[in-house]
Design a protein around this ligand. Sequence first.
Ligand SMILES: Cc1cc2nc3c(=O)[nH]c(=O)nc-3n(C[C@H](O)[C@H](O)[C@H](O)COP(=O)(O)OP(=O)(O)OC[C@H]3O[C@@H](n4cnc5c(N)ncnc54)[C@H](O)[C@@H]3O)c2cc1C
Length: 419
Amino acid sequence: MLVESLNTDYDLVIAGGGLVGGSFALLLNALPGHQHLRILLVDSSTLSIETTFTGRPYDARSTALSWGSRLIFESAGLWNDLEPGLEAIRDIHVSDKGHVGAARLNSDAMNVDALGYVAENTHLNHVITGALMDSAHISVCAPASIVKVKPVQGGVLLMVESGTQAMTQVSSRLLVIADGGRSSLCEQLGITLTRKPYGQHALISNISFEKPHQSCAFERFTDTGPLAVLPLPDLDGEHRAALVWTLEDAQVAQIMALPDAAFLAALQQRFGYRLGRLTRVGERVLYPLNLTLADEQIRPGVVLLGNVAHTLHPVAGQGLNLALRDARELADIISDAAVSGTPELIGDYQWLQRYVQRQQRDQRQTVFFSDQVTRLFSNNNPLLALGRNIGLMGMDLIPPAKQWFSRQAMGMTDRRIDG
Ligand SMILES: Cc1cc2nc3c(=O)[nH]c(=O)nc-3n(C[C@H](O)[C@H](O)[C@H](O)COP(=O)(O)OP(=O)(O)OC[C@H]3O[C@@H](n4cnc5c(N)ncnc54)[C@H](O)[C@@H]3O)c2cc1C
């Protein structure tokens, strides 16, 4: 529910209503006890839902959602609205250019409808924002920014700047910081980040192929670094896919400068002809790649969620999926405190440590998976190339290895989805 005026006291304030902050609010909203909490979500953007899904621009940006994220969106009550706009991933083909090793992961083998889904970001945002606005229990203040945070006994004091109310002071037992990769709030709190540059950029673009993708996603390791091709819905009869191509910093200028035809030829040479000829490339956008981890994820009265807590290499498609699992655990812990009639616990450091303990294994494994696998496959050392080819062949032949890789890709590393 969009609000114009703010109260002076909340139990929970969420800074940032992006994919992570918004999903977290809705996950909590679907759990018992939420109605005992006064919840405010603040976002600097308009969070406009007028961006109704009125058609797909060719260049729409997209995100790969794991099967595990589907289960999380189901529990937040969002899945029925999300599903019609998604493209299923039923197969994942992993290969290494110039080598025979390859592995194919398949949804039938895992007894699921799909290994994951590709969602256009406008569609995801539209569904999440729509649900936030419809919620009777989450107060949404946007556009507005939290410009100051000060830890105090029993929580935090915040200054919220909005167009309608200029500056308002608000107190909260807990502040969930979900304000993305460049967090001014963490800076104010003196929470430092450890950043490891990959020396690479991700080149993102939508591309078209001669043949339909048949719901297959491709992960291919090339001389420039790994590239991912994700299936998108056809548009005006064109077979569209989303490209995430990792390039060494030194190669970026040259590849970006290529005219479209030469760019497609360079990509085709690396990707091969599995989907026939490449026929089109849309706008090309670059992202510098770093692994960034916050040195602390909790403080008394404060939790970090999403990109502010961990920003991963995008080629493995794990960043949002991991953040959704974090969001679900945090929502559970807050719900437990509310149900037991002790809302004062939600900002308590010892209580928040439960969240860290529950998620640290998943976070470590996922960071390791996306970091080490990407580094291994970005390396042209012939011995490493041989090793990873043996690994890919082995993975295709050894069912437990294949199951392990499939489960990582499906976001099923955590205890609850494991059953
Ligand atoms: C090229 C690329 C491809 C990717 N592909 C995948 C993929 O396939 N699968 C996957 O799982 N992940 C993927 N990711 C990662 C995924 O995009 C991120 O994990 C996700 O977007 C993080 O969302 P967030 O909500 O943490 O941050 P953001 O989306 O940055 O949201 C932050 C929000 O906070 C608001 N805000 C900022 N400051 C304030 C303030 N002071 N007060 C109030 N509001 C504030 C902003 O307006 C914004 O809405 C990819 C990332 C990139 C770069």
